[in-house]
Design a protein around this ligand. Structure first.
Ligand SMILES: *[C@@H]1O[C@H](CO)[C@@H](O)[C@H](O)[C@H]1NC(C)=O
Ligand SMILES: *[C@@H]1O[C@H](CO)[C@@H](O)[C@H](O)[C@H]1NC(C)=O
Ligand SMILES: *[C@@H]1O[C@H](CO)[C@@H](O)[C@H](O)[C@H]1NC(C)=O
Length: 603
């Protein structure tokens, strides 16, 4: 931490005049438990983001195993993505905006970044790639995104280091030696996942899980869009033919290959566009303009010939509104078509509205008081993003990861440097003129700037959930104002409200991410069901039926933390359920990083 303090001190001296330091972050209006760590001015957001990373790795990463042992395969892939993305953000700031004035400072900076980059490398080996190869298609695609993010960090940091005076020469940064390894894993997993694209049902779309009844869901399709366009833009090529050329030896280096995946292969771009076309036409958004979870194919379990995606699971999760955002930015960068950006802004605005926030007035729509929990608005309340399971304290390990994912992709979409000229090309590969791009950049930046007050509110809420060790909780709203225990308990016995606008909107709503995949014919293949399982009924699938969590890990395990008292004696709703975990920490990290990268629009 000493190195950090020194860098920050020298950096703050440089940026004291930046408008950044004049933007106040409102204080949490209570005297509260998280006293020392609650209210922080914006000028500290960068520091807080760093601390969220540092606390995450200290508390949850085991270097001797190269992983976060309490994660599960897919959540670890996401956490690794956050680490790599945060390193890129730190590198940008330290190398560009706060150039080192002394050689010693330069060395300290490099040590700081390299220390966490070592964790990324350790995780490359700690990742259970073999297990992931046999999981669902969405699991595989998180892996792709993670290694592409790592490549982007290495690439940008290497460029900054070797162009900076501090490097003392243009030697390539050592991290770039890892690019072929990361690229190889990204390519292998993209190829595996691409097998999930299916045209026999619903005219296209990705299947969620090859071992269940066909289910075409938002997340797998959004991931395929984002991962594919990111492969198109950032994958540097892969000359490593493993695992197909098992004969390869060290004296047969890659030039002797038979398989060659090149950078900017149009196959990736086409996959992204095709998947986007399918999703846009799939009728997967609800009346609030939010993605429902996905589609079953009615009658399919009973052997009917129906091939249409016609039975929608109305469950709304935050991450289903997020992953596509980085894909839409990528599609714009690859084609120059601004319509993709407009689609992204519309979705972001729908999300913000569904947290009960009015962007025009820059205020929550409901009166926020400590005496009453404001009503659920579709994806949150009181202007804070929430998962439906948050208030109940029943979020699974999956759901604990969701808000961070939303923030990560939102940050990609709205980062102030997202529309750097060097990336934007038309579909025919000619470069967009600077004048045209400047106008689009201005419109896009204006849109993104409007989200900042809402984002600050969310970051402030998340920061308010930190405990004495700096660890973030799951339910951010509880960090914004004190909520009486009796009120929360009242909420807990109510059914999960899907939509405030429709009384009867919950017929086909199964919260399988929190409750486990229902053990019935809608979801499970007949062969996997116990004998005598009744065919699905018309009403809510899965209700009252036996349920069993799927996949590795203990997603629905409840940590025994029913004693919800913090040391100080105040009631802490974030100790319920699974409590604070590496996943909830990654959410806190992601919201702070999002705030940091968006706030650069105000400089
Ligand atoms: C592997 O090596 C054997 C023996 O040298 C050779 O016959 C075979 O073609 C090689 N396979 C590949 C995929 O290169
Ligand atoms: C879209 O989905 C909703 C919810 O399942 C359904 O009510 C509506 O009829 C669908 N619209 C079209 C055009 O298929
Ligand atoms: C499905 O199609 C086949 C061939 O057209 C037909 O024989 C069969 O009766 C159909 N099944 C149902 C359940 O409609």
């Amino acid at each position: 931490m000493l190195a950090w303090a020194m860098i920050v001190a020298s950096a703050m001296a440089v940026s004291a005049a930046s408008p950044w330091s004049t933007i106040p972050l409102q204080r949490k209006d209570t005297t509260s438990r998280n006293h020392a760590r609650t209210a922080l001015p914006d000028s500290d957001v960068f520091h807080d983001m760093f601390m969220a990373l540092s606390d995450m790795q200290d508390a949850y990463f085991q270097r001797w195993l190269g992983t976060w042992p309490e994660g599960i395969d897919w959540t670890r892939a996401v956490v690794n993505t956050h680490v790599a993305a945060t390193l890129r953000t730190i590198s940008d700031e330290l190398e560009l905006a706060r150039p080192a004035k002394t050689a010693e400072c330069a060395t300290r900076k490099e040590e700081l970044i390299a220390g966490y980059f070592a964790d990324v490398i350790a995780y490359y080996f700690g990742e259970d790639a073999f297990a992931l190869r046999n999981q669902a298609y969405d699991d595989m695609l998180w892996v792709v995104l993670g290694w592409l993010e790592s490549i982007r960090f290495v690439d940008e940091h290497g460029r900054l280091i070797s162009s900076g005076a501090s490097a003392g020469g243009a030697e390539t940064w050592y991290g770039s030696r890892w690019i072929p390894a990361f690229a190889h894993r990204a390519r292998i997993f993209w190829e595996l996942a691409a097998k999930g694209w299916d045209t026999t049902l619903c005219g296209g779309g990705m299947l969620w899980n090859p071992r269940l009844m066909p289910y075409k869901n938002a997340v797998t399709n959004q991931l395929f869009i984002s991962a594919s366009i990111s492969m198109y833009l950032h994958f540097p090529g892969d000359a490593n033919a493993s695992p197909f050329r098992t004969n390869a030896t060290l004296d047969q280096p890659p030039p002797a290959r038979t398989v060659d995946w090149r950078a900017h292969d149009p196959i990736f771009g086409r996959a992204a566009q095709e998947a986007h076309r399918w999703l846009a036409a799939s009728n997967m958004t609800n009346p609030q303009g939010l993605y429902a979870d996905g589609f079953h194919i009615s009658g399919h379990p009973a052997g009917s010939n129906n091939t249409k995606c016609d039975t929608r699971d109305e469950m709304v999760y935050t991450y289903n509104q997020g992953v596509i955002l980085s894909g839409l930015l990528g599609l714009f960068q690859a084609t120059g078509r601004e319509v993709y950006l407009r689609e992204g802004h519309a979705l972001v605005q729908n999300v913000i509205r569904a947290t009960g926030y009015d962007l025009r007035r820059d205020a929550p729509v409901d009166k926020v008081s400590t005496a009453r929990l404001p009503p659920w608005r579709g994806l949150g309340r009181a202007g804070v993003l929430e998962e439906a399971c948050d208030v109940r304290g029943t979020c699974s390990q999956d759901a604990q990861t969701f808000k961070g994912i939303w923030m990560h992709h939102f940050a990609s979409f709205c980062a102030a440097d997202a529309l750097d000229g060097k990336h934007v090309r038309y579909a025919d590969n000619t470069e967009m003129s600077e004048a045209v791009l400047a106008r689009i950049r201005e419109r896009h930046g204006e849109g993104c700037r409007r989200y900042l007050p809402w984002l600050r509110r969310n970051a402030r809420a998340a920061m308010g959930t930190r405990d004495g060790k700096g660890l973030f909780g799951m339910w951010w709203t509880a960090g914004l104002f004190e909520i009486a225990r009796a009120q929360v308990e009242e909420e807990m016995v109510k059914p999960v409200p899907p939509l405030p606008v429709e009384e009867d909107g919950d017929e086909d709503m199964v919260d399988y991410r929190n409750d486990g995949v229902p053990y019935n014919q809608v979801w499970m293949k007949i062969a996997d069901l116990p004998k005598g399982t009744p065919p699905p009924k018309d009403e809510a699938a899965g209700q009252g039926q036996q349920q069993k969590p799927l996949g590795g890990g203990d997603k629905t395990k409840r940590h025994d933390k029913r004693g919800t008292k913090e040391e100080g004696g105040a009631w802490d709703p974030n100790l319920r359920g699974r409590g604070r975990t590496v996943e909830t920490q990654s959410g806190g990290l992601a919201v702070l990083r999002a705030l940091w990268v968006l706030s650069r629009h105000e400089l």
